[in-house]
Design a protein around this ligand. Structure first.
Ligand SMILES: C[S@@+](CC[C@H](N)C(=O)[O-])C[C@H]1O[C@@H](n2cnc3c(N)ncnc32)[C@H](O)[C@@H]1O
Length: 208
């Protein structure tokens, strides 16, 4: 098994947060080359393009939740966004993200816990590759709704296998029933081309 496949399997099958963070610590400096150049990870660009359809102007305050090394931030920055905060639990991934110089702020925080971020803070939240096996589950979506301004957008990917296994539909409908958000777009698209995986890409508008 190549090192690339081995580390990717480790992150997807991590038993707990400690194992996951240990794997990202090892992977951080090779992550971009492995995933983009070798594996064909296309989700950051697909989700980034979807978000760009719904936001207006460079000053829009965006949170990149689970920013990793900053692939999504780099894409949004190249496309004119100039007010992006990156958030991740892995210090080593945040260090890589800092090096890209596309984030106005970086926060180390755990998406599975109540976060130290005031309600209604961001105009838009994007999260790519983070709602997936061994990472963050649908229970974390409510916290993203809380920190997004009414009328703001939340765009996120979910690896297709996790979508079914973790019953995302159930959590999404719960938030809809509580009038937390409404669905504007949902697509099924390529995720990592070399492994033939797909993901859901969802875009919700937070209710006013
Ligand atoms: C597959 S990477 C995606 C990174 C980036 N968004 C991208 O598309 O390249 C998943 C990221 O989620 C982060 N992560 C995993 N669990 C987390 C948690 N509980 N809170 C915050 N970040 C977490 C990892 O550290 C990692 O950087």
């Amino acid at each position: 098994m190549s090192n690339r496949k081995e580390i990717h399997d480790r992150v997807l099958n991590a038993a707990d947060k400690e194992e996951l963070m240990a794997a990202y610590k090892e992977w951080a400096d090779k992550y971009d080359t492995d995933l983009i150049d070798e594996m064909g990870y296309v989700a950051p660009v697909i989700a980034g393009k979807l978000l760009l359809k719904y936001i207006k102007g460079p000053a829009v305050e965006i949170l990149d939740a689970g920013c990793g090394t900053g692939l999504v931030g780099a894409f949004l920055s190249e496309n004119g966004c100039s007010n992006i905060t990156g958030l991740d639990y892995s210090q080593e991934m945040l260090t890589q993200a800092k090096g890209k110089d596309v984030y106005q702020a970086l926060i180390q925080s755990d998406l599975t816990q109540a976060m130290d971020i005031a309600g209604n803070t961001y105009d838009a939240v994007i999260s790519v590759g983070t709602f997936t096996s061994g990472h963050v589950g649908p229970e974390a979506l409510g916290e993203l709704v809380r920190i997004t301004k009414p009328g703001g957008c939340i765009c996120f990917t979910v690896r297709e296998s996790a979508w079914t296994e973790d019953n995302y539909q159930n959590e999404i409908e719960k938030i809809e029933k509580n009038k937390g958000w409404k669905l504007l777009e949902e697509q099924t698209t390529d995720y990592i081309q070399q492994e033939g995986s797909t993901c859901k890409v969802c875009l919700f508008q937070v209710s006013g």
